[in-house]
Design a protein around this ligand. Structure first.
Ligand code: DGY
Length: 328
């Protein structure tokens, strides 16, 4: 059997590319930057499998330009909002993703931010650097943050990552509240001692910390808008490690700037890689903590994401249904 031609749009971890090179007719991208549009167009006309990432835009136009040979779009990543899955499906192209393998690392990063913001972690570290060896020592009133133990955490989206965050947060002494389309299984709800809120507005108004773990879809775009941000308590913190588009970024900036909420932490932005300069200003003032989309950035996650891509491709070319098929 001839090996499928697999085009990578980004440089993937070395062991992943090595294994793919053994199994497939691999066309890697040696530059660590997104493929230009012409190269992407060329890829869909020649590849059997395209392996994109969230930095590519695989829209209906690109899918229409694909040759008949394109059998599969095997995304390196869990989120697929950058792929027109419906157009791919119509064209008979299978779309897969890599769920599950980045859950624990993304939940760790979320928990780190849930602690870092109220406890002023980044600000404290920066203050020490700024003092350049001139620190006068401990003081009863210096760098006081807010306690997180005993506070209420509101999780918006209780899928794999939301649930993994809940487990960590419970161990930190937070009480777990969540909003989801449906409640989680009774056993999970009991294990987490979690409260389900059918009405998102009601939950938001009562939480001390809110964290977002929903996929970006037409239904969730700007789900957290100015009105909903206005429901948050003045002492509340807001964390988003999922997708920037779920939040109306301008409204969030206003809420923090005008001190209508206590602070925020963001790992994702509206128009990445662009970061709104007002966010950067608030970050310099330590009223917002910003990270450059690092939720799944561990060697382990990235290798396992590559392994999922590889498994999905092999299963499809063995004539079976791939484990991580994404449907419209
Ligand atoms: C994903 O897999 O969608 C993540 O956001 C990548 O970090």
């Amino acid at each position: 059997m001839t090996k499928p031609r697999v085009v990578l749009t980004r440089k993937l971890p070395v062991p992943v590319e090595q294994r793919m090179g053994e199994l497939f007719d691999l066309v890697p991208n040696p530059d660590d930057q997104a493929l230009p549009q012409e190269a992407l167009l060329d890829a869909v006309k020649t590849a059997d499998v395209l392996v994109p990432t969230l930095t590519d835009r695989i829209d209906a136009d690109l899918i229409r330009s694909a040759g008949d040979q394109l059998r599969m779009i095997a995304n390196f990543g869990a989120g697929t909002e950058h792929i027109d899955v419906e157009a791919a499906n119509r064209a008979g192209i299978i779309v897969t993703n890599t769920p599950g393998v980045l859950t624990e690392d993304t939940a760790d990063m979320t928990m780190a931010l849930i602690v870092a913001v109220p406890r002023r972690l980044v600000e404290g570290s920066q203050a020490l650097l700024d003092m350049n060896g001139e620190w006068k020592g401990w003081s009863p009133n210096w760098m006081l943050g807010r306690r997180i133990f005993g506070k209420k955490l509101g999780i918006v989206g209780m899928g794999r990552i939301g649930t993994a965050v809940a487990r960590r947060a419970k161990a930190f002494g937070l009480s777990i509240h969540y909003h989801n389309r449906t409640p989680v299984a009774d056993q999970t709800q009991a294990e987490l001692n979690a409260t389900y809120w059918d009405d998102l507005d009601d939950m938001l108004a009562r939480m001390d910390i809110v964290t977002i773990h929903a996929p970006l879809t037409p239904q969730t775009r700007h789900m957290i808008d100015a009105r909903r941000l206005g429901l948050l308590k003045r002492e509340a913190y807001f964390v988003n490690v999922s997708r920037g588009g779920i939040v109306d970024e301008a409204a969030l900036i206003d809420a923090v700037d005008k001190r209508r909420i206590a602070g925020a932490a963001l790992d994702v932005f509206n128009k990445m890689p662009h970061v709104n300069p007002r966010l950067l200003d608030l970050c310099r003032e330590h009223r917002i903590t910003l990270l450059p989309h690092m939720g799944s950035a561990t060697l382990e996650s990235r290798i396992e994401m590559g392994e999922r891509v590889l498994i999905n491709i092999r299963v499809v070319f063995d004539g079976h249904r791939p484990p991580d098929r994404v449907l419209p």
